[in-house]
Every structure is written in C-alpha cells, then in structure tokens.
Write a protein that binds this ligand. Sequence first.
Ligand code: ZN
Ligand code: ZN
Ligand code: ZN
Length: 455
Amino acid sequence: MNRIITMAISAMLLCSCSKEANELHDEDQQSVNEVQNQEEQIVTKSVGSKVMMQAFYWDVPGNGVWWNTVSSKIPSWSSAGIDAIWLPPATKAAGGGYSMGYDPFDYFDFGSYNQMGNTETRFGSLSEIQSLISTAHSNNISVIADIVVNHCSGGASEYNPYAGGNTYTDFQPASGMFARSYHDFHPNDVHSSDAGAFGGYPDLCHDKIYVQDWLYNNSNSIAKYYKNVMGFDGWRFDYVKGFEPWVVKNFKNAVGGFTVGEYWDGNAATLDWWTGQAEASAFDFACYYRMRDAFNNNDLTNLNGDMLLKRNSYRAVTFVANHDTDEIYSNKLLAYAFILTHEGYPCLFYRDYEDWLDKSKLNNLVWVHNNLASGGTSYLYADNDEYVARRNGSPGLIVYINNSDSWQERWVDTNWSNTVIKDYTGHSGWEPTTQGDSWVKIQAPPHGYTVWSVK
Ligand code: ZN
Ligand code: ZN
Ligand code: ZN
C-alpha cells in the first residue's frame, strides 16, 4: 500500500515512505475566501469544483529544483482549469535532501535549517516554496499540503522504559518546534498501539495532549502554522489507516480547508465509512481498482461496480494513477475520460499530464469536466468494450467509451428532445438531432471516446 524506501539511516532503522492520497473535500471545499493579508485583495479560490493536480511523482529531480519547476507550470495549469495542486510533504525528513518527505523529522523546516545532511529539502528552499504558494494563489489555485503524522523518522536513540530497551524516539528538531520523545510514540503510558504502524518507523501517539497541541491546537501547531504562516489551503493526510479518523477531523476542524485522506482500500463501503468518521474526503481507490480491471481486462462492466463516487460523490477524489500506484497500463486516457466525466473531484497525475499522455486531449477533458459534467448520473450501457453514461445536469453530457478495435454506434436516451448535439472531444464529426422522444444515435472511435452535449 505504500512505497517503502530503504535508506541506510542506521543499521536498525528503515526509512520507509508512505504516500498516496488522502482526501479532499469538505463543507468549505467549493470555494474558499481567503484574505491573504490585510493589504491584499480577497482572493476567491475554488477547491474541489474543478480539477486537482498531483504536482509530483516518486523521485522527482533532486537538488532542490522541484518547487521552481512546479511554479513554472502553474499559469498554464490555471488556464487549463486546475483549481488545486497537491504538493509532497514539504518539510525536512530523515532522508534530508534525498527524501520524498514521507519520513518526517522536523515539521517546521521548509528548507532553512542545516540538518539531516542538507539545508534545502529535496524540493528546494523555504523562499522557493513561499514563492510557489504565492504564485499559485495569484493564479487562483489552492495549495494542498501532504500531512504525514502516522510516523516519524530520524530520531536519536534513547532508553525507552515502555519498550524495555533503546528506541529511535528522541527528536530534537533544529526549528525548536515539536520536540518528541518516547512518551509521544507507541507503546506508552496510554496504550501499546493505535490503528496501525508503518514500516519500522516510530508510530506517533495522537492521544497525547502534547501531540494534539502540536498537531492542531497550539497557535504554532502544524495545522495553524501551515495555514496562517505558510498559506496552505488544504490537507492531504498520508496513511490514515495508521491512526483513528478523529485525528483528521480535529485537524480539519481546527483550521478548515479541503481535506482528503489516503485510505488505501478498494472497498467503497469502507471508504464511505471513513469519510463519515473523518468528515473529510477520501481518494477513491474503489474507482481506481474498478477502472484497472475494466481497462486492463477489457471488461467495461467493471465501471458499473461499487465506487465511493457513487456512494458519496461529494467525498470522492478520483484518480487514474499516483506516486504510489500506476497499474492502468492499457488505454489510460480512457480512464481519464471516465473520471473527468463522472462525479467526484478528479486528480490528474503529473507524469500523465506533463510527460506521458496527450496534454491537449487531457485539457479537453478538463474543459468537459468544468463546463459540461454536472448533475447526477444515469448508467446507460456497459459490455466488455463499450460503456455509455449520462450526466443529468445543465447542460449535462453523454460519454461513450469504446475499447474495441473498430468504430461503434449506439442508440441512447438523452435529456434533450429535438436538439442538435455534438461531440465536444472532436473525435466524431456527427451533429445529430435528437428525436422527439429524446433518443439519438451516437458513435465512438476504436480505443477512444466521445462526449456529447447540446451544440
Ligand atoms: Zn501512503
Ligand atoms: Zn496512541
Ligand atoms: Zn499509527
């Protein structure tokens, strides 16, 4: 479920990193009115209504260039219809300048303290991430921080009476903020464990008042410092299977903002349960696995399967790949056509958008999502290699996915009668008129898709 990175930090400690998605979505996700400071205008940024970008992948280029790389992309992403970017864990980790950030050491060192072998993080300096966040905000893009609070890494060895021996639980960060000791990890005087641990990392205990104060209660807690000082707008919680959902709920309620948890589980009912407990969104791993089976096995009836987006679209963050998992190797663009026409908040994977897939086709689908894909969903047809669904809002759409080797045609029931429609992807030149009873014949190209709406 998580990528594990092995680094020789010490003979006994593995540095593993978990990543993935967490959730986004809250009551305030549709728009966030943020006063950047007293002198600036009020900037209204939507979060969760357009499309999110996962602005990294595993082992992005090191040497502190990544924040600047992301900054340079932001204007074009904003033009394309992206409303939020998800950054990797941005503070100093045990792996120093090599770490992807999932082995957190100093939650308040954004690249300004010389510790763990480096001053900058893998991604850059404090001033570079400040510039990135400022650039995002001036382009009406929200910035989502990756919060890793299940475990920590890089502590010094100390005698731990609860473990009956030495543990790497002595954390003295250079920022001077959130020093930790064996009292703050499992086992301790509260209990021996929580919902889960990750790799060999010291597992943080969220029942400790001291830990809660540093996570979200204090004025300089992670939640309040990240929001009020750094300017982050939302939260992606890493590895939420490792602790109880109230931790996410309390963090989010302390500062607000769009919140999504990485609950890595393909069971839609379980995801639905977690979102209710955490009062936050979840990455829709159920959708991800149904799509994997649908496209890799050429059986699009899997798209009719159970997904979080069908149980609670408001809490579902849909995705095709992320930094941890990328298994839809067959006709990946068709999977993007699915998530960008269906309910839920879609997240694009950086590599798919910038490096691997046809950017103009993705931009077209983002436009379709932001302009046509509204309302509830009617599932019209599915077999091994064809799938048709309808969004019932205004204007709404009909998406036709064809995974066969030839053009396909099909009569479908629309929401429009006696109306000229067209394919907004440009894949079909047809401009048919719907019948008085609202039926019409549409088509889709081999291993392709069309999206129909009112001309
Ligand atoms: Zn993870
Ligand atoms: Zn605990
Ligand atoms: Zn845990």
